[in-house]
Write a new protein. Structure first.
Length: 221
């Protein structure tokens, strides 16, 4: 946990950008009956029945210190797809960076090993060396600021029935452009010092070295 929190203390550096990456999914839902439009004093009305048109996977790549985020939408979630997004992050969005400091969770596909399944060895190695990985602990994905952005996106953009993948791509793309143009970001305040106080129960129990038999044995000689 403190590893990620110390990363968040780093100052802005375009040569070593700090990027938070996370993904979510969204059901693609169509209507069986045309909704009744809203009118004064009456909201838009939807029928309870719907058509399920699949699931969209949405990648969020968020650079908090630059107030910038990128979205990618697909209908699959595989190691190959994840590797393609890492390539975009490296070669399309941050080609001039010396090292990309990447914060992400421990999802089984979220590994540099995914590069080996998508690219020839030389290219996989080149891309792997572009990243410095920092994983959030299990059950602590709230430490990933990309998850905060996903929550905002869900409330502001995806809180409705959306019937197609193209429409999800359009809506999320428009949301990203608007949020980037306003330079909106996350003002992260939680530190390692805070964690040692507020999350003390999450730290392993320790015993002072002076009270152990090992200490007495080696330092009494």
């Amino acid at each position: 946990m403190e590893d990620v929190l110390e990363v968040y203390k780093l100052p802005y550096d375009p040569i070593r950008p700090v990027i938070c990456l996370d993904e979510t999914n969204r059901q693609i839902i169509g209507e069986t009956i045309t909704p009744i439009p809203s009118k004064p004093g009456s909201p838009k009305k939807y029928d309870y029945e719907y058509v399920r048109n699949g699931v969209a996977d949405i990648f969020m790549m968020f650079e908090p210190l630059a107030a910038c985020r990128y979205i990618a939408v697909t209908n699959t979630r595989t190691k190959i797809v994840f590797a393609a997004y890492l390539q975009d992050l490296s070669d399309k969005y941050y080609p001039l960076a010396e090292k990309i400091v990447l914060v992400m969770d421990n999802l089984n596909t979220h590994s540099l090993a995914s590069l080996c399944e998508a690219f020839p060895p030389a290219q996989a190695r080149r891309l792997a060396e572009r990243f410095e990985i920092h994983h959030t602990p299990k059950h602590a994905s709230w430490l990933n600021m990309a998850e905060i952005e996903i929550g905002i996106m869900n409330r502001q953009c995806l809180n409705q029935r959306i019937p197609s993948m193209d429409m999800i791509s359009f809506k999320t793309g428009d949301w990203v452009c608007n949020r980037n143009s306003l330079a909106l970001t996350v003002n992260w305040q939680f530190t390692s010092e805070d964690a040692r106080i507020k999350l003390k129960h999450s730290y392993p129990k320790y015993q002072t070295l002076q009270s152990t038999s090992i200490f007495r044995r080696y330092f009494s000689q």
